[in-house]
Design a binder for this molecule. Sequence first.
Ligand SMILES: Nc1ncnc2c1ncn2[C@@H]1O[C@H](COP(=O)(O)OP(=O)(O)O)[C@@H](O)[C@H]1O
Ligand SMILES: [Mg+2]
Length: 193
Amino acid sequence: MQDIVSKSDLRAELLRRRAAMPPDARAAAGRSIRDALLSVPEVEMAGTVAAYVSVGTEPDTHGLLFALWKRGAYVILPRLLPDGDLDWASYEGPDSLVPGPRGCLEPSEPPRGPGAVASADVVLVPALAADRTGMRLGRGGGSFDRALARVGPAILTVALLYDSELLQNVPAEPHDRRVRAAVTPSEGLIRFA
Ligand SMILES: Nc1ncnc2c1ncn2[C@@H]1O[C@H](COP(=O)(O)OP(=O)(O)O)[C@@H](O)[C@H]1O
Ligand SMILES: [Mg+2]
């Protein structure tokens, strides 16, 4: 895995591995990640959490979103814009999600603009992998690089990963944005220096 230097080859290998995981292992990982995040102090204290609706083989976030909402956090979720940037709208429970582009579920509430992510106290982002400097690899749209560029340096930003996806090194370009932490099923929250 560490020999793979191109982003696209690494993405393909990571997606193959995710697809090879049994569905019950993926579901269990999602529950572990949910429980770990719900006990992170910044998440417990957060007024607003920016998160995302998992799709396909991503670690499941539906249970996490529901739990955050139930306990009174204001949860905002992305809506993909035609240029690949992200707008944000509030999550008002599972029934408030509607089909969006690329098979994703999106919030049906009024969009609050791409800058709304800057109002979040915690930002949870998808990733295929990250390294221990916080460099993350996404699906190739660069959408979360744009969103993370709007988030202040003191805000906890977290990539949600399966256990084997915290790598020695992730290929990076100048526009790539780091996260401040990752969460995995076995290790829980891992803060980067
Ligand atoms: N801040 C940005 N502004 C405009 N386009 C961007 C920005 N960040 C990334 N992109 C676009 O997204 C593309 C994919 O970015 P990449 O980092 O490879 O994807 P990902 O972060 O999803 O793995 C880039 O080639 C670039 O065209
Ligand atoms: Mg990137």
